[in-house]
Design a protein around this ligand. Sequence first.
Ligand code: SF4
Ligand code: SF4
Length: 468
Amino acid sequence: MSQQIPLKNLDNDVVEYDLYQKRTKIYTRRIQGFFQSIRTKILWVLMAGYFLTPWINLGDRQAVFFDLPSRQFHIFNVTYWPQDFVLLAWLLIIAAFALFLMTTLFGRVWCGYTCPQTVWTMIFMWIEEKTEGNRNQRIALDKQPMSRSKFFKKFNKHALWVLFSALTGLAFVGYFTPIRELSIEIFTLEAHPWAYFWIAFFTGATYLFAGWMREQVCSFMCPYARFQSVMFDTNTLVISYDEARGENRGKRKRRADLKALNLGDCIDCNQCVHVCPAGIDIREGLQIQCIGCALCIDACDSVMEKMNYPKGLISYTTENSLEGKKTKVWRPKSIGYAIALFIMVISFAYIATDREALGLDVLKDRNRLYNTTPSGMIENIYTIKVMNMDQSDHTFKLEVEGLDGIKVIGRKKIYVTSGEVRSIPLSIQVPPHVLKVQKNKISFTISSIDENFNVSKTTESRFLGPVN
Ligand code: SF4
Ligand code: SF4
C-alpha cells in the first residue's frame, strides 16, 4: 500500500494531504511453503472446475448450461425453471451464511484461498515472474529505460495476460452459449454480437482487475472486505505477528546471543513484507488490506528455519490466544450462524426435493368472450402451456371439469419432451342450459400417463357465457 505523503507543510502544525493517492506498485517475491502449496492446489482445482465444466456434456447438452433465452438453468441432471428461482435465492442466502460462519471462525480464508480475484491475481503474478523475472529483476527492469529487451519482456507479459483473460471470458460466456459451437464461431466471425461483447467485457475486466488493480480491488472495491470486521471477534482466527516474541527486531548473526543484544526473534529481514500481495507489514498489526493469504507465515517460517529459531513468529492465531486466554470456537455468534445455516440447508433440501416436475398455464383468449357454434354450443378458446420439467420425455392426458357436458375439442393426449414448454390451442364447449351465471369456474388437469412418473397438475380458469 502507498503511504500517505504530505503535499506541503502549511505551517508548523498543519499539513495538507492529497486525498487521491497514487498506487505504489507492489513487487512480490515468490515463496514456497506449506500455505502456498495449499493455495496452489486449490488454484488448480478451481481453475480446472471453471475452465473444464462448460466442456462436460450430459447427453446432447452441456452439463452446466444457463439457457437464458429458454429461461432454463441446467445443472447436471437437474433443470431449474423461472419458478425455481426461489431456490436460487435460498442458495444465495446459504452461501452468505456459510461465508459469515467461515469468517467468524477462520477469518479471511475465502479471500486468501478461493476468491476469484486472489486466484486470478496469483496466475497473473506467475506470468509476470516467468516473463520479467523475479522481484529484484522486475524492480531493475522498471527502472531501466525502454530497450528492445525490456519491450519484448513487457510485450510478452501483456500478451499472455490478454490471452488468459480472453480464455476466461470465453469460458464464462460458454456457460450461457454452447461452448463447442462458440469456440468455432468466434473465429469464423459467426458468433452472436452479444457473445463478442461479453467476451470482450470479461477479457477487459480480468486484465484490468488481475493485471493492474490487484490489491486495489480488495482494499477499495470489495464490500466483503469492509463488512467482515463485524464478524471478527477475539476468537476469530487471524494471521498475526507475535510481537512479544519478535521485538526488539534487528539484524544479528546466526548464533548471536539475543539476550545480550536485547533482541527478539524478528531479524528485520522484511521477507514477510516482500511476499505480501497487499504490500503491508503484518508486524504493524491486523490491517484491513490483509487478505489472509498466509504467505507471510511461509516467508517467516523459512527465515526462522534458517536461523534455527522455532517457527510461528507469524502464525494463524486468535487475539485471545495472543493474550494468553482460551480461544472459544463455539460462542454465541458462531452458534447463531451455524444454527441459521443448518435451518437454511434443511429448508433448501426440502424445497429442492419437493419441486414440481410439471407446470401448467391456462390462458383464455381475450379477443372474444365466447362463441356460439352452429350446433348451439357455447365455446371458449384457450391456450394451454404444458411444461415438462422432468429429465425425460412424457405423454400427458388433459381433462377439463367444472360444468355438466363440458367437451374438449382438440388434442387430449400431449407429448412433451424434457425441458419443453408446449403450447396447445383448445376449444372448450358447453351446452348453453348449464350456464347459470356469466362467469363459471372450470379446472384443467394434466396428468402423466407414463409408468413411473405419477404427476398431475390442476389449474383453474373461467368459462364465460351469455347472461341468462
Ligand atoms: S499480511 Fe500476510 S496474510 Fe496478510 S495479505 Fe500480506 S502476506 Fe497475506
Ligand atoms: S519475515 Fe519474520 S523475521 Fe523477517 S521481518 Fe518478517 S517477521 Fe521479522
